[in-house]
Design a protein around this ligand. Structure first.
Ligand code: ADP
Length: 225
């Protein structure tokens, strides 16, 4: 079995292709993330971090290149099969929590599992276990608006991990928090990732956080180095 969880080869992406305003964002980029490895993706704003994460997470498609997840080539998969991979094998966290406001923390973690055909009682047990791991079990019945920014992000991490993905993709997950909270929330995320043996690609501006990951890659002029 392959030890590479995410393998990107020759990824290219431009926006507004074929127009005078064409923006070449990724220019034949390669990246491999091994099982259990946590990679920091560092780049200035506008360099293409979100574009890269969206392509890796099958939320967008590249103009050229291949995406392989857990040894399985994504090219040529049906939309249905891509959705299954995205739902079951990849977890996403954004800078803003994007929790559903009318549902509790617990329900926000249960819903993606129900969409993945997990029985409700098992989904709730897993949601409670995840909330306990990130230290906010007592907040299970609170809605997002009743949680602090740090707590909201902790719930978003739990939701991303709800279906037991192999790969976590995170786009500035602590970028919206004050430095002290960012530090604690990042520590909670790393503990969760280490406990579950997940692989992760985490975009950040924060070089101090980047240095706490296993490896740092810099995105510059459409390639990594
Ligand atoms: P980052 O996440 O590093 O800030 P993005 O991946 O969001 O960068 O964007 C990279 C570049 O691509 C930016 O110059 C941005 O303006 C441009 N871009 C992103 N999405 C689109 C789009 N849908 N149409 C046109 N240009 C886009």
């Amino acid at each position: 079995m392959s030890d590479i969880v995410l393998d990107l080869k020759g990824i290219a992406k431009s926006y507004l292709k074929g127009t005078p305003g064409e923006v070449r964002v990724l220019s034949g980029l390669d990246l491999s993330v091994r099982r259990g490895e946590v990679v920091a993706l560092v780049a200035p704003s506008g360099a293409g971090k979100s574009t890269l994460l969206h392509i890796a997470g099958l939320l967008d498609t590249a103009d050229a290149g291949t995406v392989t997840i857990s040894g399985r080539a994504m090219a040529g998969l049906s939309d249905r099969a891509r959705t299954d991979v995205r739902r079951g094998e990849v977890g996403f966290v954004y800078q803003f929590h994007h929790l559903l406001p009318e549902f509790s923390a617990l329900e926000n973690i249960v819903l993606p599992q129900l969409a993945n055909a997990v029985p409700k009682s098992r989904a709730e047990a897993r949601a409670r276990e995840l909330l306990a791991r990130v230290g906010i079990a007592p907040r299970a019945d609170h809605r997002p608006a009743e949680l602090s920014g740090g707590e909201q992000q902790r719930v978003a991490f739990c939701r991303a991990l709800a279906n037991g993905p192999k790969l976590l993709l995170a786009d500035e997950p602590t970028g919206n928090l004050d430095p002290a909270t960012a530090d604690q929330v990042f520590a909670a995320l790393m503990e969760l990732v280490r406990d579950t043996g997940l692989s992760a690609l985490i975009a950040t501006h924060n070089l101090e956080l980047a240095a706490r990951m296993d490896r740092v890659v810099h995105l510059d002029n459409g390639v990594l180095h």
